[in-house]
Design a protein around this ligand. Structure first.
Ligand SMILES: Cc1cc2nc3c(=O)[nH]c(=O)nc-3n(C[C@H](O)[C@H](O)[C@H](O)COP(=O)(O)OP(=O)(O)OC[C@H]3O[C@@H](n4cnc5c(N)ncnc54)[C@H](O)[C@@H]3O)c2cc1C
Ligand code: SF4
Length: 503
């Protein structure tokens, strides 16, 4: 069985199978497309990439039992049980899925159908589960930076013997630039991929079967084959990697892609090997094409964050998904599905998301995630939204990023303190505030920026539990400077803002 995010030629289950006696099962199910209210582009990219892969497997001599969406299969479990029955299969070979739910669904279905299921470790990643568990064992706090250094050493990436190139592991401080008042100027257009016949049909099928799902299909231009994925990487390394690090955290209205790589979807569907991406960045630095800070900034995202996040997911699942450290229960505002809000930063970031199935990291973390935490939105609803709306969303990577990094709802497993900020941070890193009706410098009053009001109110509400966190000392000392009257006015304004989020 080949799942939609297991499209690599090296898929271990496939490597263990025999084209002479085994049948490849691939299924497009409504359950996978709709268990969260998926963006149309997210469904389309999976279907298009799977169909290309099936065609390719057929050409390689495999018999492929491909179940298209027209057949209206409800779930992957149903597809598996049905295939066992039709083909009289005794054994199912499958590489471990990227989501706990799918793993248990397939295990149950195989058991019910009387077939043995053989799981294969996913070799797409640099670190195996065991390696991560060994690293995590006996550590009080899992710090990504230390894991990353170990990965650099183990895989000899940007190393000079036992030491990091440039004598520094981390160029984060050089990587926090904004565009200033003048803006980003002329930006290199990222390579987009014109849909071919297979992709056009996948898009048409999404329109037919999922007409009321969120998002637009107009701008679809994602890589859906390994060749597209390599071309996307080459284009990034040639044109955007040189300034990637410097502007990694910057945002600009109307510019959804900036200097980002746009390769997450290709990586997560396994059209692109992360080793290829890391090697390309290192080679670009060695050739003198990009500064070390840019190459290191990019390598850290893939060899560090991506691997670390996956390790956390499998270390803490199942159970991690129920985390709600602050007991937040507010329902998701309707504007998350429309972008229709007077807060410009959210309007832009959600608008980009609905148009492209994409927003870059700082939009996800410091605009949408930050707001979700400050407004006390229910983590399970926020996580379902993040899983639904991004083309690159698979639970192993979406959940720790949302529940852990953005919402701090895991109580500090991914991040040692909450990533929260006032509107001042957004003002510094973007031009969003320049056209917004709110003022990021004001905490109270009609013009007060909701981020700023909610930030101080969040600190005030959680003062006690935050005081136990040594990294929050400075922040709480700033809170102590506000007198009780001001805190009361902030609380009143926060209530007013939260009471009319969708106005
Ligand atoms: C709330 C939230 C939800 C997220 N959900 C997802 C998700 O569903 N799928 C997903 O792939 N990423 C997710 N991320 C991480 C990150 O935002 C995306 O990987 C990135 O924006 C993808 O765009 P890009 O390929 O242009 O990335 P670039 O900025 O060009 O980064 C290069 C690559 O590094 C990797 N990377 C960077 N940051 C992370 C990270 N924090 N975790 C894992 N990998 C990372 C990605 O593979 C990415 O393609 C999420 C982040 C947050 C804060
Ligand atoms: S003023 Fe506040 S709400 Fe408006 S764009 Fe800036 S940060 Fe966002």
């Amino acid at each position: 069985m080949v799942l939609g995010d297991q499209l690599d030629a090296g898929n271990p289950a496939l490597a263990a199978a025999d084209p002479a006696s085994d049948i490849v099962l691939m299924a497009e199910t409504s359950g996978e497309a709709a268990h969260v209210w998926s963006h149309k582009q997210r469904i389309a990219v999976f279907f298009a990439a799977m169909r290309h892969r099936a065609e390719n497997l057929g050409a390689e001599g495999w018999q492929v039992d491909y179940r298209p969406v027209d057949e209206q299969l409800g779930s992957l479990g149903e597809a598996l049980a049905d295939a066992v029955q039709r083909h009289g299969a005794e054994q199912i070979l499958v590489t471990e899925p990227g989501e706990w739910r799918v793993r248990s669904e397939l295990a149950d279905a195989a058991k019910g159908a009387g077939a043995e299921i053989c799981w294969f470790d996913d070799t797409h990643f640099f670190a195996s589960h065991r390696e991560f568990r060994d690293w995590a064992r006996d550590r009080k706090q899992l710090v990504m930076e230390y894991f990353y250094r170990e990965m650099r050493r183990r895989h000899d990436v940007l190393m000079d013997g036992d030491q990091p190139q440039g004598d520094r592991w981390n160029f984060d401080k050089d990587n926090r630039g904004s565009f200033g008042r003048k803006g980003p100027g002329e930006l290199p257009e990222p390579r987009r991929f014109e849909p071919d016949d297979i992709t056009r049909q996948a898009i048409a099928d999404v329109r037919t079967h999922f007409p009321d799902h969120p998002g637009s299909l107009e701008a679809f231009g994602w890589p859906v084959t390994p060749a597209d994925a390599s071309a996307a990487l080459d284009d990034f390394v040639a044109h955007r990697l040189p300034l990637y690090g410097q502007y990694q955290d910057a945002m600009w209205a109307g510019e959804p892609f900036l200097y980002h790589s746009l390769i997450s979807v290709a990586l997560n569907l396994k059209l692109l090997d992360p080793r290829e991406a890391v090697a390309a960045a290192e080679a670009a630095w060695r050739d003198g094409h990009v500064p070390l800070a840019a190459a290191e900034g990019f390598v850290r995202q893939i060899l560090g964050w991506r691997e670390f996040i996956r390790g956390v997911y499998w270390l803490h699942m199942p159970g991690y998904e129920t985390g709600n450290h602050y007991s937040h229960e507010r329902p998701l505002p309707a504007f998350f599905w429309t972008g229709d809000t007077s807060m410009t930063c959210l309007k832009q970031s959600i608008g980009d998301t609905l148009a492209n199935g994409y927003a870059h990291h700082i939009q996800r973390l410091m605009v949408i995630g930050n707001f979700s935490l400050l407004a006390g939105l229910a983590p399970r609803e926020v996580c379902a939204w993040f899983l639904a709306v991004y083309v690159d969303a698979v639970e192993w990577v979406e959940l720790p990023n949302t529940l852990g990094m953005a919402l701090h709802a895991d109580g500090g497993i991914v991040g040692s303190k909450p990533y929260v900020s006032t509107g001042r941070y957004i003002q510094r890193m973007s031009n969003y505030c320049a056209t917004c009706r709110y003022d990021p410098g004001q905490r109270t009053g009609e013009k007060a920026c909701p981020f700023t009001t909610l930030y101080w109110n969040f600190l005030d509400r959680n003062r006690e539990s935050l005081a136990a966190n040594g990294r929050m000392g400075l922040t709480l000392r700033n809170l102590d400077r506000l007198d009780p009257e001001e805190l009361a006015a902030i609380a009143e304004r926060a209530d007013a803002v939260l009471g009319r989020l969708d106005d």
